[in-house]
Design a protein. Structure first.
Length: 379
């Protein structure tokens, strides 16, 4: 289901009860620091699905026995897992500004949009007339900025309204943009390894972790703004009971025994795609996994003419099917932008080698993309 499908998505406000911990997929050992940051779609989907199954009285002990030698889907059906939970779809999570009955999502700023050196915005667009020395094996167009960007400016976050203006080809107001330090910070702590047999500390087994701490309120230009929380959405499978589904019971989210309070709220109006566009820009609202295609050895969507992205995000986690850790993969980060000489489709931003794997990624919320307009930069 995409942004233009009939309504049915339910907004979810996730209020942390403490700091949160989401480590990336890089391995670590004693005397190293575990790098942590914002949560991934799989962390969200796994936490909410587990919480809903528990509330439905699902027997996890029976599931642990049933999954031996069977696929996860078969084991879930054998244990009478409710379809409205197992077939639910998720998207997010994003940072958000808590406004009481609603949450204003804050999304990673597009990779082609940065603050300009002399104020305002610097925006990169495809340039067809060429750049001296530019040659690309796949025929991709270069991106050219209309103004010099501020080399000291870091990537930030845009409000959903500001992102809509960007997708319409307009410059969002600077008040719609936030630096990451205005929204969250990190709490660095030292841990020690524990011997599982004696429950005593292991000599020399010290390690560092970095906990995510959302601001009690966002600050911009000296003004105090609404508190920062996390926002996500869920589309239940068939047979969902009446809401509320989350009844003020804390939900385990991330590592280190951290919890959030989940509340259902109205979902915002996301931009809808226009299938008649002859040129389109697609913005990744959530990270995704892409594989090289037959046409190109690069991990790019089919038909792309230009692209901009930040560095890859290391993703690991636990594989329920194999009952073991997943291999570390690198995802394209949210905020990446792709340009097409056609309308394009939001279904083309996930590839995982097998059709079933891609469907599972979409169900978890990877590769949620929003369509916009683009104009070539001519000089």
């Amino acid at each position: 289901m995409n942004a233009g499908d009939p309504t049915g998505w339910v907004g979810l406000r996730l209020e942390p009860l403490d700091t949160l911990f989401f480590r990336d997929g890089r391995p670590f050992d004693a005397a190293t620091r575990v790098t942590g940051g914002l949560p991934t779609p799989q962390a969200l989907a796994g936490a909410l699905r587990t919480a809903l199954l528990a509330r439905a009285g699902f027997r996890f002990d029976l599931f642990a026995k049933a999954r031996k030698g069977a696929e996860v889907g078969e084991a879930l059906r054998a244990c009478d897992a409710p379809r409205w939970v197992t077939e639910a779809r998720f998207r997010g999570p994003w940072l958000g500004r808590d406004r009481g009955n609603t949450v204003e999502p804050l999304l990673p700023s597009p990779a082609v949009l940065t603050l300009a050196k002399e104020g305002g915005w610097s925006r990169a667009r495809p340039r067809r007339d060429g750049v001296p020395g530019w040659s690309d094996r796949d025929g991709l167009l270069p991106l050219w900025r209309d103004r010099e960007s501020d080399p000291k400016a870091e990537s930030g976050f845009l409000t959903l309204d500001g992102l809509k203006q960007f997708l319409d080809g307009k410059d969002p107001p600077e008040t719609a943009w936030f630096e990451w330090e205005e929204l969250y910070g990190f709490d660095n702590r030292i841990g020690i390894g524990i011997n599982k047999d004696t429950l005593t500390s292991e000599e020399g087994e010290l390690y560092g972790i970095r906990l995510l701490s959302l601001r009690p309120e966002a600050r911009s230009d000296g003004k105090v703004l609404p508190a920062v929380c996390l926002y996500a959405e869920m589309l239940p499978g068939p047979g969902a009971p009446p809401r509320p589904w989350f009844r003020d019971t804390p939900v385990a989210f991330g590592g280190e025994g951290k919890y959030v309070r989940v509340e259902e709220i109205p979902a915002p109006d996301w931009p809808k795609p226009n299938p008649k566009r002859t040129q389109s820009l697609w913005y990744l609202a959530t990270p995704t996994f892409l594989l090289p295609s037959a046409e190109s050895r690069r991990p790019l969507p089919k038909g792309v003419k230009a692209a901009a992205s930040g560095p890859g995000v290391a993703v690991s986690g636990w594989d329920v099917a194999r009952n073991g850790p997943r291999a570390t993969r690198f995802a394209v980060p949210a905020g990446a932008v792709y340009f097409f000489e056609e309308a394009g489709s939001d279904t083309g931003f996930v590839s995982a080698g097998r059709e079933r794997d891609a469907a599972e990624l979409l169900q978890e919320g990877w590769g949620f993309a929003l369509q916009g307009a683009w104009k070539e930069e001519q000089r």
